[in-house]
Structure formats: structure tokens, C-alpha cells
Design a protein around this ligand. Structure first.
Ligand code: FAD
Length: 441
């Protein structure tokens, strides 16, 4: 029986550990923090469960959905029957909608784009043309990775308004980067797999329960039931090669899966284990996400979520109505300019913006306002970042890598993390990864 240590208990490590335990390996999962779930976690505050940041997924996230099945929590997420995003403006009244019809791709989005309220008719036609051209981008080519998504949009007739009110509406939330700062290859992955290749791919899903319950707690149960040992508060500081295996804190393993963030991986990897340029972890970098949590004294949002244009707000989520109010989360991605702004200053900007976007909030009283900040929420999917993303198999026998930042082709998402965990498990088992269809039926 192979003895495997999985270091890191985020979605990547959870997936690798479960797959390896299911395949008959003796698995020990070592997580530095007191709970599993990594960047998807929750905490209790004033009697409410708060997620560190709103998370959504798409129907095309087939590996993530398979993990939810394995964890026995698929019934704890909600998945739209059909993509429908209400888009509100901070300057004008009315609702634009990005939604699909029942037609096959790419016709499923045509009517919505051609009637999209926040663009002129000429911009809508140009957007349809660009969307069709985006279907043909080779997302696997290194020269495409080196190009900027923003440059590509400009070269395909997308003006600043179309970038802001359409492409970045989706792009910033999924890439955690502005178009000009994002690799065309990573953007093409999102738009091709998420929107343009299958009509149902972009139906949006979200958890109906706190993320800690959906991922961390469910994973601890599933791993224990599968015979894996879960060790919390077990931060790994050194990885030693020993007798053809690997030693961690005095115990030896045949294989190790390092499923930790890039900087932690760089610190633990032996010299020469990956063929990446020196300083790769710093070069990959990280990008922040800020969430503002606002409790109003009445219901102000009667949709599960809305997106904003002409507004500092990006996406606004209903986090639950309460007997005397509603809890709203505002998710702000690519938040470099906001990550260090004091709470009071964020409140001064975001609460008036909420009142402008949501008419029902105009006279509502704010009962609570607080902020969660994730400085290292994702790696930066900058043009050329692909060359800093290693695959699951390293140059050292028995040493494997996982994490949303590894070479999955995806931006740093839950789907990317789970896919990387699958790839690492396949690398340990010395087997080809089981091909996953790109979108669930
Ligand atoms: C606020 C926010 C919003 C997001 N929104 C979305 C979204 O809407 N949709 C989406 O798909 N994705 C979203 N993401 C991204 C998604 O959460 C991540 O891509 C994914 O969870 C990363 O999983 P991971 O396992 O690769 O890494 P991590 O979750 O970072 O897990 C790594 C784990 O390793 C542990 N660790 C580190 N060093 C050591 C060590 N030396 N020893 C032991 N353990 C160690 C860490 O404690 C951590 O638990 C969001 C992220 C954030 C922060």
C-alpha cells in the first residue's frame, strides 16, 4: 500500500487526498490551519455564518461538481436552471440581462447580447462579432498566453464601454484581473468553456450553506470515512528526501502531494524539482479580493444576485433575509486599490453605491457593515503567467504538485483547484488523468 502525505487541505489537497484514499493508498493530510477548506472558509459573527468571500461556480465546473457528489453535499448548492444575470446601472434605471435561451451555442446568447441595455446597438453587434472570434482563439498556445486580453478586445472592436459593461463584468469576477492585466489564454478558457461552447455551461451555482459546511467539514468526514488521517494545525516546514521516499516531521512517505499556495510550495520544493525560472512564485504574484458585508433593516434585493455597471459595485449577493432585514455581500475582485482602504472609507463609498444600484436600499438603514479581505486570493493571471505554472509531476520521484495556481489552464477557481488535485492523484498513481467532459449535461 502506497503511503502518501498530502500537504495542504484546500480544495486541491482535499480532492487529491480523497482520490488517493479511494484508490487504496494510506493517506495523511497535513493542514497548517485548524480547519480544512483553504481559501473557502467561514466564521461566526453576531450569530451569523460569514463566508470569507462569496463563491460561485458554473455548470461547466464538472470536476468541482463531482467533488461535491463525493462529499455528499450536492444537495447543498443551488444551480440556476438557465443562466440569468440581472445587470443594474448606478446611473440609469432599468435592468439589463445576460441570460441564455434554450437554443444551442452560440445562439443561446445572441438575443440577450443584441438587446443588452447597457450597450449601444453598434456596440452589441461588435460584441457578438468579438464573441464569435473568441470561440476560435487557441487557448493552449504559449503566444496566446503571452497576449493581453484587453489588447485582444481592443483589436476586435471593443470600446471602453463594452469592456466595462460586458466583458469585464464576467472577466473580473472569474479572472480576478482587469482585461488589460489578464492573459488572453486564461480569458479564452473562461469565455470558451464557460459561455461559448455549450449553451448550459454558464448556468451559475452557489452554496446554500456556509462554505465551511459545504467543503471543510464535509471533507473531514469523507476523508475519515475513506480511511485517511487528517491532521490539523500541522504546518509542514521541511520536506526531506530519504531512502527513496520523503520524510516529514519524522514520518516517511512514498509520495508527497504539495497542495499549498505558490510561495509555500517554492519554500518547500527542493532545488531543481520544477523547471521554472528563478523567482517564479513572486513572478506569478497574487491578486486580492475584498468582500463588504452589509445588513440592512429591510429587504433591498429580491434577486439571488445582481451585477453592477456605472458603479464601484461589481457583484452583489443576497446572503439571506432575516426577520428584520437582509444580509447582502458585495464581492469586489481585482481589488488592489481597495485591499488596504479602512472600513469606514469603504463604507462611505459602497453604501451610497448600494443605494444607487438598489432602489429599495435608498431609505434603508444599515445595521451592520464589515469587510473581509483576502490579500492572496488568487494568483495573477497576467499575460505570460502560464510559464510560471508547473504541472502535477515534478522532476523528483514521488513529489507532486497541486493547487489552483498549477498548470490547469483555468484561472484560480474552485474548479481549477479540484482539477489540479485530480491531476496530482493521477500523477501519484502513475495513471493518466480520467478525462473530464468540459460541461455537464
Ligand atoms: C474571496 C475569494 C473569493 C473567491 N471566489 C471564487 C469564486 O466565486 N469561484 C471560484 O471558483 N473560485 C473563487 N475563489 C478562488 C478559490 O477559492 C481558490 O482558487 C481555491 O479555493 C484554491 O484552492 P487550493 O486548494 O488550490 O488552495 P488553498 O485554498 O489556498 O489551500 C492551500 C492550503 O494549504 C495550507 N498550507 C499552506 N502552507 C502549508 C504548509 N506548509 N503545511 C500545511 N498546510 C499548508 C493552507 O492553510 C491552505 O489551507 C475565490 C477566492 C477567494 C479568496
Amino acid at each position: 500500500m502506497k503511503r502518501v502525505a498530502v500537504v495542504g487541505g484546500g480544495l486541491a489537497g482535499i480532492t487529491a487526498a480523497l482520490e488517493l484514499a479511494d484508490a487504496g493508498c494510506a493517506v495523511v493530510l497535513l493542514e497548517g490551519r485548524p480547519k480544512l477548506g483553504g481559501l473557502t472558509h467561514s466564521f461566526e459573527r453576531s450569530g451569523r455564518w460569514i463566508d470569507n468571500g462569496q463563491h460561485v461556480f458554473l455548470r461547466c465546473c464538472t470536476s468541482y461538481l463531482r467533488l461535491l457528489d463525493r462529499l455528499g453535499v450536492r444537495d447543498q448548492v443551488h444551480l440556476q436552471r438557465r443562466l440569468d444575470v440581472p445587470v443594474l446601472s448606478g446611473r440609469h434605471s432599468g435592468v439589463g440581462r445576460i441570460r441564455r435561451n434554450g437554443m444551442p451555442a452560440p445562439l443561446h446568447l445572441g438575443p440577450a447580447l443584441l438587446s443588452y441595455r447597457w450597450l449601444t446597438v453598434a456596440e452589441r453587434i461588435a460584441a457578438v462579432r468579438a464573441a464569435l472570434a473568441m470561440r476560435r482563439v487557441d487557448r493552449t498556445a504559449a503566444e496566446v498566453d503571452a497576449q493581453s486580453f484587453g489588447d485582444w478586445l481592443a483589436a476586435h472592436g471593443q470600446d471602453a464601454r463594452a469592456v466595462e459593461a460586458l466583458w469585464e463584468l464576467i472577466g473580473i469576477a472569474t479572472l480576478n484581473a482587469r482585461a488589460e492585466d489578464a492573459s488572453l489564454a486564461v480569458a479564452a478558457t473562461v469565455f470558451q468553456l464557460g459561455l461559448l461552447e455549450r449553451s448550459d455551461a454558464a448556468d451559475i451555482g452557489w452554496s446554500s450553506v456556509p462554505l465551511q459546511q459545504l467543503h471543510g467539514a464535509a471533507a473531514a468526514r469523507a476523508l475519515t470515512a475513506a480511511g485517511a488521517a487528517v491532521r490539523l494545525r500541522a504546518r509542514v516546514r521541511v520536506l526531506d528526501e530519504k531512502d527513496g521516499g520523503w520524510a516529514i516531521e519524522g514520518e516517511t512517505y512514498d509520495d508527497v502531494v504539495l497542495a499549498v499556495p505558490p510561495a509555500d510550495a517554492a519554500a518547500l520544493l527542493p532545488d531543481g524539482a520544477v523547471e521554472l525560472p528563478g523567482g517564479w512564485a513572486e513572478a506569478l504574484g497574487s491578486s486580492p479580493i475584498v468582500n463588504a458585508h452589509v445588513v440592512f433593516d429591510r429587504v433591498v434585493l429580491d434577486e439571488p444576485f445582481v451585477a453592477g455597471v456605472d458603479s464601484p459595485l461589481q457583484w452583489v449577493f443576497d446572503r439571506g433575509t432575516e426577520p428584520d432585514g437582509q444580509y447582502i455581500a458585495v464581492s469586489l475582485s481585482a481589488a488592489d486599490a481597495l485591499i488596504d482602504v479602512p472600513v469606514a472609507d469603504l463604507r462611505d463609498v459602497l453604501v451610497p453605491a448600494l443605494r444607487q444600484l438598489l432602489p429599495a436600499a435608498a431609505d434603508a438603514r444599515v445595521k451592520e457593515f464589515f469587510v473581509t479581505r483576502e490579500r492572496n486570493a488568487t494568483f495573477r493571471p497576467a499575460p505570460g503567467s502560464g510559464r510560471f505554472r508547473p504541472g502535477a509531476t515534478t522532476n523528483r520521484a514521488g513529489l507532486h504538485l497541486a493547487g489552483a495556481w498549477t498548470a490547469t489552464g483555468w484561472p484560480a477557481t474552485m474548479e481549477g483547484a479540484v482539477r489540479s488535485g485530480e491531476a496530482a492523484a493521477a500523477s501519484v498513481l502513475n495513471a493518466a488523468a480520467v478525462p473530464v467532459p468540459d460541461a455537464a449535461s
